[in-house]
Design a protein around this ligand. Structure first.
Ligand SMILES: Nc1nc2c(ncn2[C@@H]2O[C@H](COP(=O)(O)OP(=O)(O)OP(=O)(O)O)[C@@H](O)[C@H]2O)c(=O)[nH]1
Length: 395
């Protein structure tokens, strides 16, 4: 019986507390002729009801999305003997679906990309959505199943929120599951989806699905805490990585749609809302899962970009500006944004946001549809460092 508790988020790493899994029926090598079509994943679970209730209690205790995601894939991995359990972020851009892993458990090891302080090298990649899943999402099917061609049976469990695909859980098995196991999987996913919609109500902006202003301070604090954690020292004989480590920083950008009022006035608020939704999708598809995007209200968005050099940050934000400029918004046509960004120092969120706002304001005042870097504007004496009163002054 799995009596072990899922480790709290900050302790997650290797699932050391997990007892060695008793060899389940599907671990045994079957001669081809006797291999069963399905196998009960509940076999060998001891008291599955007790384990199920334990995991339910852990899931419903979660007060944050990231924590809930990890606890849910942990429950599915531990209870159903999956070879791996993955939480996928699903986004749509230019009519195509993309997936990106935000957390994975495999071989008793957890990788949580949203909390990854190791830097962009370690981050997961956005991939085109696998065809069976894309077809399943369009049919609103759940679960979606397929063999991966390498001896694994895959089960995708797409999760919708307010008619919008939100994320998807991917489970990999050695063989297809039996009916009881499916009931268990679907039950856990149903609880996950219900609890997620409760969290969403308080954490997310209802129009775009992006994180809301209320969640910003906590995410910002977590990011700055991680960037102040001591870096591992180079081992004797290994080259120092000082240059790379010093060059990488975390960044905050404030994005504002140009002349959005005119869009509303000319096309109406419904089209204005559609622009906000499409722009949110473009933002989501432009950044990795461990980077955070917030709608601060109105047509203003904030991005927390992790561990990038100044050149990379500039390149990523410029690429976003161009992608939006080139996107054909239905009926509305061309939309542009202005963006101000700043490196995240030890300043408070209010100060960092204020500096990014100053750079954004500069971009608005100097032609819009541009990216401006606060420190550079200050270095070039185009902008005064904001004083305590919060006033912005141009040279
Ligand atoms: N459709 C829609 N409009 C919104 C929403 N929230 C705010 N707005 C509108 O966004 C517009 C913001 O206008 P302004 O602050 O004047 O800025 P702007 O027209 O984008 O001009 P610049 O920022 O200077 O380029 C206002 O007309 C608001 O009514 C929303 O949720 N939906």
């Amino acid at each position: 019986m799995p009596r072990d508790l899922p480790a709290p988020l900050h302790e997650m790493g290797t699932l050391r507390d997990k007892p060695p899994r008793a060899p389940a029926a599907h671990d045994q090598p079957f001669p081809a002729a006797t291999k069963p079509a399905t196998v009960s994943l509940l076999a060998g679970q001891g008291n599955p009801l007790k384990a199920f209730l334990h995991h339910l209690a852990e899931m419903t205790r979660c007060r944050e999305h990231d924590q809930l995601d990890l606890t849910t894939i942990t429950a599915l991995y531990r209870m159903t003997g999956a070879l791996s359990a993955t939480m996928l972020d699903v986004t749509q851009a230019n009519g195509r679906l993309y997936t990106q892993a935000t957390a994975v458990i495999e071989q008793d090891t957890v990788r949580a990309y949203f909390d990854d302080a190791a830097g962009t090298d370690e981050a997961s990649r956005q991939e085109p959505c696998p065809q069976p899943l894309a077809d399943g999402i369009r049919r609103r099917a759940c679960p979606v199943e397929a063999d991966d061609g390498n001896g694994q049976h895959l089960i995708w469990l797409p999760v919708w929120l307010n008619d919008r695909i939100q994320c998807c859980i991917l489970l990999a098995y050695a063989t297809p599951c039996d009916a009881d196991s499916r009931i268990l999987i679907e039950g856990i996913v149903k609880v996950y989806s219900n609890h997620q919609s409760l969290l969403d109500y308080s954490e997310r902006d209802s129009l775009t699905g992006l994180l809301n202003r209320k969640t910003f301070d906590a995410r910002f604090a977590r990011m700055t805490a991680q960037c102040h954690q001591p870096k591992p020292h180079a081992q004797p004989g290994q080259p120092e990585r000082r240059h790379t480590e010093q060059a990488r920083e975390n960044w905050l950008a404030v994005v504002d749609i140009d002349h959005f009022k005119k869009i509303n006035d000319r096309f109406g608020h419904l089209y204005g809302d559609e622009v906000l939704i499409l722009l949110a999708n473009l933002l989501k598809s432009s950044f990795r899962a461990n980077e955070r995007i917030f709608r601060f209200g109105g047509e203003e968005f904030v991005i927390l970009l992790r561990s990038a050099t100044k050149e990379n940050a500039t390149m990523v934000f410029e690429r976003l500006r161009r992608a939006i400029e080139q996107y054909d918004f239905p009926q509305v046509g061309r939309v542009t944004i202005s963006l101000g960004f700043v490196s995240i120092s030890s300043d408070t969120p209010v100060v960092v946001l204020g500096h990014a706002d100053q750079a954004l304001y500069y971009a608005k005042q100097h032609g819009r549809n541009q990216v401006q870097f606060y420190d550079q504007l200050v270095a070039e004496r185009l902008l005064h460092r904001e004083d305590a009163s919060g006033s912005v002054e141009f040279f």
